[in-house]
Design a protein around this ligand. Structure first.
Ligand code: HEC
Ligand code: HEC
Length: 411
């Protein structure tokens, strides 16, 4: 685009369309900021309704829907690249040869799935009794997400218009390419607003629950370490096991009842992840406990048993600290503990133990729980040494008893 336009004119004035779009998007940013402010103040004032209603929200579903919207931003951008090549239509079947129209149709389909998903989610919430007028949560939730959905729908109409115009125009020129670019700006905006909602929500939760120890920008204070770069996995691990928010007492933070919903934990994790790169929340594929338990057992004995004991029953460490028992840890928690290395535990990154091997370890630990112990009464799975000692003392007792009995007889 640039090489062609420089031959036309020397001085570049921004086109009225671009200026108009920027001014308009600016006003949109303020509009959404106002909506979010409402959402947050309501949340701060009525935490009880909030906790109940967010628990109803179907989180994995919302996450998939978000991913679909993010993907549509990428496909729209590929459409823009094609428009900049002045290539409206595909020159072959492979997506590498797709033109603007094909990419925009794909973006349209993804956007339409997002809106349908949103409608479906509304239907679910209404059937659970959360409606626009049911309480302040309902109003704030439907207002923000509803206005957002309207904007997405507007973007869908714009995609159709651009596609239609391309078919109507005799040749695909700069004017057509410019409208494609403007629509893509709008589409990215709609996408960013959606992500921003998650991050800002997380930041708000963080400020009220975690900043006292970790600092306003998670930079760390005397009472808690910096969280910049610890990653979403660390926040998910610490909060979903009830370790955080920390309560200062004793050498090791206690595991307490979990204080946040899954949605809130993910929002805080998204906020911390936005501050610096770190391990992310693990992929479901590695949490199925469908690996090789024998290999997992071997890896566990080499890497983990010295602290957690061969059967995962836990054990004492120095200075009053301890490695906890692993018989209740969920596959996700086991994976996250390995990639984040809480406290005295070392980090086992993907170079040390690959994600597949982590799945093997998870498989082994889950297998241990499900299998009844072989060889008689289990002794709390305390490992061969303890079990050996107990049998040793037990047998010794019997031998002594027999000796005394024999001695008594001979007298
Ligand atoms: C009372 C103070 C306190 C509060 C409140 C608190 N934390 Fe912490 N946090 C700590 C301390 C101390 C540690 C270091 C713990 C350790 O080494 O065992 C820590 C560690 C962490 C870690 C692990 C960092 C790493 O290096 O991997 C994460 C993540 C974390 N906190 C998140 C949170 C979140 C999220 C909240 C709010 C929901 C929160 N914390 C609230 C004191 C606190
Ligand atoms: C140097 C000792 C050490 C080694 C080696 C070690 N851990 Fe840990 N692990 C700990 C400590 C200490 C904690 C508790 C941290 C805390 O409370 O903040 C812990 C916590 C955990 C937890 C969290 C338990 C829960 O449900 O809250 C899991 C899961 C875990 N470790 C798994 C593993 C696995 C799997 C390995 C081997 C790949 C391993 N650990 C190796 C010391 C160790």
């Amino acid at each position: 685009m640039s090489s062609a336009s420089t031959t036309h004119s020397q001085i570049h004035r921004p086109s009225p369309t671009s200026v108009g779009t920027i001014v308009w998007l600016g006003s949109e940013v303020m509009f959404f900021a106002a909506l979010f402010a409402m959402y947050f103040s309501l949340r701060a004032n009525s935490p009880e309704i909030w906790a109940h209603d967010t628990a109803i929200l179907n989180f994995p579903f919302a996450l998939i829907n978000t991913l679909i919207l993010v993907a549509s931003s990428f496909t729209a951008q590929f459409g823009v690249f094609a428009a900049e090549r002045l290539q409206p239509r595909a020159t072959g079947k492979s997506p590498l040869k797709w033109g603007m129209v094909e990419w925009f149709i794909l973006s349209y389909v993804l956007g339409a799935i997002f809106v349908s998903g949103q409608v479906w989610e509304y239907a679910m919430l209404i059937s659970e009794g959360v409606s626009l007028s049911s309480n302040s949560y309902g109003s704030a939730f439907y207002m923000t997400t509803g206005f957002h959905a309207l904007h997405v729908t507007g973007g869908l109409v714009a995609f159709l218009l651009v596609i239609g115009k391309t078919f109507a125009a005799k040749r695909f020129g700069h004017k057509e390419a410019t409208s494609a670019i403007v629509v893509s700006y709008y589409w990215h905006f709609v996408d960013v607003v959606w992500i921003q909602e998650d991050v800002e929500y997380g930041q708000k939760l963080f400020l009220s629950n975690c900043a006292s120890c970790h600092g306003k920008n998670a930079e760390g204070t005397a009472n808690g370490p910096s969280l910049i770069g610890v990653g979403a996995a660390s926040v998910d691990f610490q909060v979903s096991t009830g370790r955080m928010p920390g309560a200062a007492s004793g050498p090791q933070l206690q595991v307490k009842p979990v204080q946040f919903t899954e949605e809130e934990i993910h929002a805080m994790a998204a906020y911390v992840a936005s501050l610096g790169a770190g391990p992310s929340i693990p992929d479901e594929a590695y949490l199925q406990a469908n690996g090789n338990p024998t290999k997992g057992g071997e890896l566990f004995r080499i890497n983990c048993a010295m602290c957690h004991n061969a059967a995962g029953a836990g054990g004492a460490l120095t200075e009053g600290k301890y490695a906890p028992s692993l018989d209740k840890s969920s596959p996700k928690v086991i994976f996250e503990a390995m990639v984040t290395g809480p406290q005295n535990m070392p980090v086992f990154n993907d170079a040390n133990i690959s994600p597949e091997e982590k799945n093997d370890i998870i498989t082994y630990l889950v297998y241990l729980r499900n299998s009844a112990s072989v060889g008689g009464e289990e002794l709390g799975g305390l490992g061969p040494v303890v079990e050996g000692l107990v049998s040793w003392f037990g047998l010794l007792g019997i031998i002594i008893a027999i000796t005394i009995w024999l001695g008594a007889k001979s007298n």
